[in-house]
Structures are given as C-alpha cells and as structure tokens.
Design a protein around this ligand. Structure first.
Ligand code: SAH
Ligand code: F3S
Length: 479
C-alpha cells in the first residue's frame, strides 16, 4: 500500500538553498505541512521575506528564522507540528541560541495566543491572511517581544506576490486562485482557519502562469479549497456577489471561463486543478476539460461519505444520487477521466448501513485514487459543538481499513486499464528507486516509471507504452 492517503503527517516541502538576493544577510528555514495550498503559501512567505532581508536555507542549524506552516485538519497533523517544535527547541538549545521560531497557517489561526503560552519556543504566530505583516512582526520579535497577527481578511489573495518556488522540480508549480471556504462542512476546521471565500484577479493568475512559462515550467495546478466556486467580479467576498453591480456581473469570470482562458493562452502548458466540491462542479467545466488536450483528465472530487443521510449530517450540499449523476456526466463527457476521492470513516452517528453505502458508492465509481481518513473531532467546528463523536475508535479503524482495502482493489483495476496502451508523460525527475529510470505522470495523474534512453530530459513530454503496473504506478518504455 502506498501511503498516499496520509497527507497531513507528510512534510509537503522544505526550503532549499535558493539564490535569493545577494544583499540579503539573514537566513530563513521554512517548512510546510498539510495541503498543497500550504506549500504555495510558504512560497508566498518566502517571497515576502526575500524582499525583507532573508534568503532561504536548507540547513535548520544555520537559520536566523524558522517558520513552520501548519495544518489543523486532524489532530494527528497538529501532533506532528508539536514534535517539530521540540526538534527546533533542541537545536536552539544546543547549536543556535539566537534562532527565532514562527508558526504560520491553520494551527496558528486556530490556537492564536495559546501557542505563545503553550509552546515557549514560539516567538511569532501568523495566520494565513496576515503574511504581509511578517516584516513588521519580525521587528517586534527582534526587539525581544512575542508577535502575533491572526486577522482574517475579506480580500487578501496575495495576487501581486510572485512566489519563490521551494523544493521545485522546475516543471510543475501551484498557483492559488481562491482562498478560504464558505461551505461549513460540519467536520471541517478550514472555514475557521482560512476565513471566507474570495477569488483572485484572473489577470494576476495569467501573469503568474506567464512567469512560470518563461522560466520553463510545464505544468500548473490551480489551487483552492473549492476551485469550481471561483468567481471574480472585481474583488470582494464570494458571498457578497449578490450585491455586485450589473456591470460587475456582466464582466464576471467563473471557473469554466478561467480554465478556458488559461488553457487557450498557454497551449503547451498542462493544467490541473484541486479541489472540486461536487456541489459546485457544473457541466460547463467538464465541457472545457473535454475541449482542451492540455487540461489534464483528472478530477479530485471528495465525497466524504456514500449515504445521503450522512452527507446531510456533514452539511455537504448534495445527495448520493446527485453525486452519482455527476459521476455519470463526467464519464459521458470525458470518458478517459480519472476520478479520486476523500472519504472520512466513522463520522458522528455513522451506522454500519451508512458505512456500507460508502463502500457501495466506491464500488460504483471505482476511483482511481483516494485519500482516506478516520474522523478526528476538531474543536470549534459545528460537529464538535452539536454532535457526538460516538463511533468507537476500533470501529472507525476497521471501517477505514475496509475503505483503504477496497480503494487498493479499484486503484489496481484502474491502473490495469493502461497496460498495453501508450500514454503521454511529463518527465518530473529521476525515479526514486533508480537513477536509470525517469518518473513522470500521465494526464490522469498516474505515476509512470520508464527507462531512460538518453534522448530526453526533465520537462519533456514523451510517449510511453505501459507494460505493467502496481496499484499506484505504471511501468513502461518509451515508444
Ligand atoms: N476543500 C476540500 C477539503 C479540504 S480538507 C474539499 O472541498 O473537500 C481535505 C480532506 O480532509 C477533506 O476532504 C476531508 O476528507 C478530510 N477532513 C477534513 N476534516 C476532517 C476531520 N475533522 N477528520 C477527518 N478528516 C477530515
Ligand atoms: Fe472543508 Fe468542506 Fe470547505 S471540507 S474546506 S468546509 S468544502
């Protein structure tokens, strides 16, 4: 089993030694946990700090400032961050006594001042919408005072900040298009840590993609908690669109239009996007995907649970039947499309029947990939306030195992469909296991490993005939 379903414990990225600015004298070590959005936020933070005297380093021991971008989605994610803080503490004591430590991201937003009280090592606490304030906050820290800014914003999208690409292969990059989430799924802490939903100016999105293209990047993933809900009408919160002027409404850009625009303008660049919330994914997006070869045929479409009763308790705005209708439409409009899910096992009140409905939905869709979690009660969420976390841990775990095992069967089934076929692969780098092999992905987001011929390089698109597979990897040779 690959560990792809465990996303929160995994470090998403860590700063490399980048060129930076010659005149900068201070060193920043930054690392990110959790989602892709966090990694992209760290790239924005690195850019802000580069303008203010700090170049990044990959050596924790030599850092003047350590920033950890945190995840609060499940309890385990928070425990991982606490362990990292212990590690920084040890280094501070033994090697680098002047090192300052800052906590960014969702856990900073959730715990606020408590962080400064609970963790003596922490000098600085900054929420996801306050990164522009970092240079000011650092002045406080350098004067020996703790500093905190956890204000959430109505309009911050960091649209004008050009991210410093961290840990990059020089081929694929993330571009944020929306921030925040208005959905209030009852289990989820994100609306509390990342604030209300707002979209980024399409012109700034296009110019960031242009910059990436000019630097040789070949693949962009458009990011948001709910990308299909993207709506630019001149700025402001999504929920205030109803008050927009007629002119603003006429010139508004939705997700299908944005996707169409970037795919057309950058015909050789590959586009991906994540995450799609089923309630907001409409047919026009599917038609745009079908129209352009350079939009990857892959949709991450979290379902969370397979029964309408459970979806209702989760405050997801669709039924099982509506989700199935969407799946049918995807299969009809984009037959070759890969689909993946997020599923939570053992949410409040989950019955054995409801769990079986989750398994039967999986059976219907036969997802290509999946990210699967045991429910973790998050303080402050609607579920924590109003519902009981009443599924015993052993049952949660057993159900999760059943879901993971079924996903493995389906993953293998989907991978097997590629055997004997030729797929287009974007080369991302060496295979982890062998320097004689390349690793890349096909349009459907399957990892493809193939032997080097000496005639190709990172960033090339090549055709690979698939000879064999595992449940998570395709293996083949160039044709
Ligand atoms: N914006 C994304 C989800 C972000 S969180 C969306 O629209 O679906 C990523 C995943 O973490 C969620 O899809 C959900 O499956 C899982 N998750 C969120 N809160 C959780 C909790 N309290 N316990 C377990 N898993 C959770
Ligand atoms: Fe969370 Fe639901 Fe938004 S899972 S991020 S509240 S769509």
């Amino acid at each position: 089993m690959n560990n792809e379903h465990i996303i929160d414990e995994k470090k998403q990225g860590q700063s490399l030694h980048t060129e930076g600015k010659k005149s900068n004298t201070k060193k920043l070590f930054i690392e990110s946990y959790g989602c892709q959005m966090n990694l992209n936020d760290s790239e924005i933070v690195a850019a802000i700090m580069e303008e203010n005297g700090y170049n990044t380093t990959n050596l924790l021991e030599e850092a003047d400032l350590v920033l950890v971008n945190t995840c609060a989605i499940r309890e385990k994610a928070e425990q991982t961050v606490r362990k990292r803080l212990e590690k920084y503490n040890a280094i501070k004591k033994r090697i680098n006594p002047t090192m300052k430590v800052g906590v960014l991201g969702c856990m900073a937003e959730r715990l606020k001042e408590k962080f400064l009280e609970e963790e003596k090592i922490v000098d600085l606490v900054v929420g996801p919408d306050a990164y522009r304030d970092l240079p000011n906050l650092m002045t406080e820290v350098e004067a020996g005072r703790d500093a905190i800014n956890v204000l959430l914003s109505r309009d911050e999208t960091y649209a004008d900040v050009s991210p410093v690409r961290l840990n990059s292969n020089g081929v694929s990059a993330f571009v944020s298009i929306t921030r925040g989430c208005d959905n209030m799924c009852t289990f989820c802490v994100v609306p509390f840590t990342r604030g209300r939903e707002r979209s980024r100016n399409p012109e700034s999105i296009v110019s960031e993609i242009q910059e990436l293209w000019d630097k040789g990047y070949k693949e962009v993933t458009l990011l948001g908690q709910n990308v299909d809900s993207y709506l630019w009408y001149g700025g402001g919160l999504k929920k205030d669109y109803k008050n927009a002027t007629e002119a603003q409404k006429q010139n508004a850009v939705d997700f299908a239009m944005l996707l169409d625009k970037v795919a057309q303008q950058f015909p050789i660049m590959r586009f991906r996007f994540s995450t799609s919330n089923p309630q907001d994914m409409h047919l026009d997006v599917l038609h745009v995907m079908a129209k352009y070869k350079n939009i990857c045929k892959y949709i991450h479409l979290p379902v969370q649970a397979g029964s309408t009763s459970m979806l209702k308790r989760m405050n997801r705005q669709h039924t099982r039947e509506e989700y199935i209708a969407l799946i049918d439409n995807i299969r009809k409009i984009i037959p070759e499309c890969a689909i993946s899910h997020d599923i939570i096992a053992g949410f409040c009140g989950e019955t054995e029947e409801e769990h079986k409905e989750t398994l039967s939905l999986m059976e219907y869709v036969k997802y290509d990939f999946g990210f699967m979690f045991a429910y973790s009660n998050r303080p402050g969420t609607p579920a924590a306030k109003r519902m009981e976390d009443d599924v015993p841990m052993d049952i949660k775990k057993r159900r999760l195992t059943e879901i993971i095992n079924l996903q493995q069967v389906h993953g293998l089934y989907r991978m097997e469909q590629f055997v004997g076929k030729t797929v287009e692969v974007l080369i991302e780098g060496d295979s982890k296991k062998s320097a004689k092999h390349w690793k890349g992905r096909n349009s459907q987001n399957a990892v493809v490993i193939f032997e080097k011929t000496g005639n190709e390089a990172i960033g090339d698109f090549v055709d690979v005939k698939i000879d064999t597979c595992t449940s998570a990897t395709l293996i083949g040779n160039r044709v």
